[in-house]
Design a protein around this ligand. Structure first.
Ligand SMILES: [Zn+2]
Length: 144
């Protein structure tokens, strides 16, 4: 069984991204701007695309450990309802965005920016507007 792992990713507040394999399935972090008497930690289980926003769960807790326990409880309920398609939707989106940024970094035009609807990928291949298949087959995992 695949375990959950955490990677720290602070912005202004301590934040942990939680991964199931290579899929970012949620987060746990200090809540910004809450009164000192309120729960200082928040957690959120869910990812998009892949599962509908209405399926996501979130809550607050007094301590990191309490937030982690609540997160894991919510994940244990959600995980059995998911299929590989859910994770795959998220991975394809992750790879598409990483590919798009690489195109920009390399100064390549997106197919939608050309009147012909075609462009050249940074790898040299000609790509149409519907370039998902190219990204999936040639650049799979680029967003890892
Ligand atoms: Zn390419």
């Amino acid at each position: 069984m695949t375990a959950l792992t955490r990677r720290r990713s602070d912005n202004d507040q301590e934040t942990w991204h939680v991964y199931f394999g290579d899929v970012h399935v949620g987060s746990i972090g200090l809540r910004a701007g809450v009164p000192t008497g309120a729960d200082q930690w928040g957690w959120r289980v869910g990812f998009y695309p892949g599962i509908e926003p209405g399926t996501q769960r979130s809550g607050s807790a007094a301590t990191f450990d309490d937030a982690r326990v609540a997160f894991e409880g919510a994940w244990r309920q959600l995980e059995p309802t998911l299929t590989e398609d859910n994770y795959e939707s998220w991975r394809l989106s992750r790879d598409f965005h990483a590919w798009k940024y690489r195109m920009w970094d390399e100064g390549c035009r997106m197919p939608t920016q050309n009147q012909s609807g075609w462009s050249k990928c940074f790898c040299g291949e000609s790509i149409p507007v519907a370039c998902d298949a190219h990204i999936r087959s040639v650049h799979r995992g680029i967003g890892l």
